[in-house]
Design a protein around this ligand. Structure first.
Ligand code: ATP
Length: 408
């Protein structure tokens, strides 16, 4: 197998060897033309055995007041910043977000200045973790400030926050949201990360900005996400399981390239060599994306992310959410419905109606569904590793582009 070139970046201090995979179309050993029919029939034979994924309800999103009294907010906390070989404001390459990521503690004063005292006008989102603000640091870097809800901290965020920080500070990849720093001060838990300006993948699939995400862009997004998750899974010392791959955690750049966000649930994978896996005390993740085997065994492996990625692929092709409660019963679980269509040779009926029907789109749709089916295998052993998903997607994109040009 040809090793793809590295175009992403990673911290030189971290001895990672994951494949920071290229955005460019790369060749791979996957042969879509020769093995298609056998793969498809094998894939279809397990289609009916697809186990639907049921998950516990999402945690309640309660809003909670977090004290705004920062009279003691330490400017001294900036002195507590861990010493790095660069200054917090000295490492910026430009004033608009190419600043290096790293392990940096922020002071409350800096956060308040950057967010103009958490001005509601700068609020860009609200999630299970808390509120997200668009903010500008003193050096001009535009960042997203994620302010945790107090209730999260009271319950379990102490662990979650540390988990997120420890994970974020160790990873760096073109398709992962960059980590700039954090603040822990009294009741406040704040993360400062790269601001990604173009909304979430879910918003694009919902056409919130009025534009339909075309098929080529959806394929690129799938590849970007596959690269990011491959990087996490292949992280040398401690492979990382994301645990919450979903369309609302995929942020898009102005060029519609994807960045995977939200490592709040991330866990370092256990010793994969020995086959040991992380045993959770609590199921985490999002309804509709959860690996059925994880739900049954509480054993978390990298293949749980592969399952969620399979759900995401179906979402990209159909445009539908993983769970569509308002639809008739047989269409409510999108993955099951779409895989059934695929196995019956009617995949085209599951293609997002807003996507143009043409030979290239129809071909790529079939191939992506075929991959989804493998990712959604009820047993994790039958699912491909994430790196293989990326390779298959490159191959699909290569053939897709050839078909597009040959049909002009
Ligand atoms: N880095 C970022 N750049 C730009 N916008 C962001 C960024 N991170 C989050 N947002 C916006 O804030 C919203 C909430 O993000 P957040 O990560 O808090 O959600 P969440 O906690 O992952 O939600 P959930 O609990 O459903 O997973 C996102 O949907 C997005 O619109």
């Amino acid at each position: 197998m040809k090793t793809p070139p590295f175009v992403g970046w990673r911290r030189s201090s971290t001895p990672a060897t994951p494949q920071n995979l290229s955005h460019s179309t790369s060749s791979s050993t996957y042969s879509s033309s020769t093995s298609t029919s056998s793969r498809r029939s094998a894939a279809r034979s397990v289609a009916d055995a697809l186990v639907a994924c049921f998950a516990p309800p999402e945690p309640e999103k309660s809003s909670s007041y977090v004290s705004n009294d920062y009279s003691n907010a330490s400017s001294s906390s900036s002195q507590k910043r861990r010493s790095t070989n660069r200054s917090i404001y000295g490492s910026s390459n430009t004033s608009t977000g190419t600043r290096e990521s790293g392990n940096v503690k922020f002071s409350m004063a800096e956060i308040l200045k950057a967010t103009r005292n958490f001005s509601p006008s700068l609020k860009v989102g609200q999630g299970g973790f808390g509120t997200v603000y668009k903010a500008v640091l003193e050096d001009g870097t535009i960042v997203a400030v994620k302010r945790a809800k107090k209730i999260m901290y009271d319950n379990h965020l102490g662990v979650e926050f540390q988990s997120e920080v420890q994970t974020l500070e160790r990873i760096e990849h073109l398709n992962l949201v960059k980590f700039y720093g954090y603040l822990e001060h009294e009741d406040e838990r704040i993360l400062v990360v790269e601001y990604v300006p173009n909304g979430t993948l879910r918003e694009h699939l919902d056409c919130k900005n009025g534009n339909i995400l075309d098929f080529a862009s959806r394929l690129d997004v799938a590849i970007d996400v596959a690269h990011a998750v491959t990087y996490l899974h292949m992280y040398t010392d401690h492979p990382i399981i994301h645990r919450d791959i979903k369309s609302s955690n995929i942020l898009l750049t102005e060029n519609l390239r994807a960045k995977v966000a939200d490592f709040g649930f991330a866990r370092l994978a256990a010793d994969t060599e020995s086959g040991a896996t992380h045993v959770s005390t609590q199921v985490k993740g999002t309804a509709g994306y959860l690996d059925p085997e994880y739900l049954q065994t509480y054993q978390l492996t990298d293949k749980s992310d592969v399952y969620s990625f399979g759900v995401l692929l179906v979402e990209l092709v159909t445009g539908r959410r993983p769970i569509e409660p308002k639809r008739e019963l047989k269409e409510r679980l999108t993955a099951r419905w779409a895989m059934k269509k695929f196995s019956n040779g009617e995949a085209i009926l599951a293609l997002d109606p807003r996507i143009v029907r043409c030979p290239a789109n129809n071909f790529a749709m079939e191939k992506i569904f075929e991959l989804s089916l493998q990712c959604l295998a009820p047993h994790r052993k039958s699912r491909p590793p994430m790196r293989q998903c990326a390779e298959i997607l490159w191959s699909i994109r290569k053939d897709y582009k050839e078909l597009l040009t040959s049909n002009i």
